[in-house]
Design a protein around this ligand. Structure first.
Ligand SMILES: [Zn+2]
Length: 139
């Protein structure tokens, strides 16, 4: 089984992911813009059971989503690096921020979501599927 490791900028948080991601997405919603510093959130989705924390503790921030559920996003309480995200509706899945991976180079997004909220200067590849809001299968 393939594994990958990652962590935060200061090194306090370290984790391991077992297996391959189920999906790779870029989310352009306004909330992700805040929490990425202005860009989209680039994430790999895994089953929650694939994530194993090796060190450190994340701090979790929850906010209401458009769909009525709550989205949580976590970060390192020391350096602020965004780590993971998920929502109350699909607790068995976790989104891992690509920037936390030791090797982020193999990220190939399958789609862009919430592109209606993207700023006009944010360029997207025309050949990658996109959805203006949250597609039903991700809702
Ligand atoms: Zn840190």
């Amino acid at each position: 089984m393939s594994t990958s490791e990652g962590g935060c900028l200061c090194g306090r948080v370290r984790f391991r992911l077992d297996g391959e991601p189920l999906a790779s997405m870029s989310c352009h919603c306004r909330d992700c813009q805040y929490l990425s510093g202005g860009a989209e959130a680039n994430v790999k989705a895994y089953p929650r059971a694939a994530l194993h924390m090796l060190s450190g503790e994340e701090k979790v921030y929850r906010s209401p989503a458009d769909s009525g559920t709550f989205v949580w996003r976590s970060f390192c309480p020391e350096c602020g690096t965004p780590l993971f995200a998920g929502n109350d509706k699909t607790p068995d899945f976790i989104a891992v921020k690509v920037g936390t991976l030791d090797d982020p180079s193999d990220f190939r997004r399958m789609g862009h979501i919430w592109t209606d909220s993207a700023p006009p200067w944010h360029l997207m590849e025309p050949d990658v599927p996109s959805a203006g809001k949250n597609p039903a299968e991700f809702g």
